[in-house]
Design a protein around this ligand. Sequence first.
Ligand SMILES: C[S@@+](CC[C@H](N)C(=O)[O-])C[C@H]1O[C@@H](n2cnc3c(N)ncnc32)[C@H](O)[C@@H]1O
Length: 243
Amino acid sequence: MTLLRDADLAAAFDLAARSYDTLVAANPGYHAHLRRSARRLGLPDGGHGMRVLDLGCGTGASTAALAAVLPGAEITAVDASAGMLERAAAKPWPDNVTFVRASAEGLARAGVEGPFDAVFAAYLFRNAADPDAVLATVRDLLGPHGRLAVHEYTLSGRAAHRAVWTAVCGGFVLPVATALGDGRLYRHLWRSVVDFDTAGEFAARVRAAGFDHVRVLPLPGWQTGITHTFVARRELLDTAGDR
Ligand SMILES: C[S@@+](CC[C@H](N)C(=O)[O-])C[C@H]1O[C@@H](n2cnc3c(N)ncnc32)[C@H](O)[C@@H]1O
């Protein structure tokens, strides 16, 4: 199958927005894992006085994790799908959370400017047409030593983990999503994970984009070997213009 990209993907998320929260609520560990990845940013003092970007915030599940872990941070939450963003913005939020409609590829056009102390991206990179270009944008938006946490479906490379992923999608996610009218998006979900980087490959991609202290951290539950947190820091360059 052809993966959904850009405007087609945003349109599929617009449609799926109405059932997104119901589906993720049925996914054991979904919200707890997002909070764990937010904690893995390791920002001190509840993020007091810091700026954090939630890239691909969807209906706000990742934003809620950031707001819980970093109550002192100013959080800018961005998504390309108007439908997902509308659901997010309709929820109650503290004053330190702001939503902006923009694609990861069009942040500057939408007025989203750095420096940020941290960027969090949950389930975004696998969907980007050019993940390297998005990583380069993120690196440039971060201040010196700014931190990145990517929470993503990235298979370990072991056949057993790939088989669990396909069984979960085939046995539960796809039948339920198809019944709800969102089969196209969730077929994309299944295939996009199978086709995307393994965890090791994505870590190498992050390093190549100008990040150091790159670590790949596991998550528990059925997501073991399937979902990982990647944490990294913006590399400090000795000479301006090296990159
Ligand atoms: C699977 S949802 C995850 C939402 C949220 N981060 C969470 O953890 O529940 C992925 C989100 O990324 C958004 N997205 C995908 N590609 C994007 C892009 N290139 N720029 C901005 N948002 C994008 C989609 O619209 C969707 O809302």
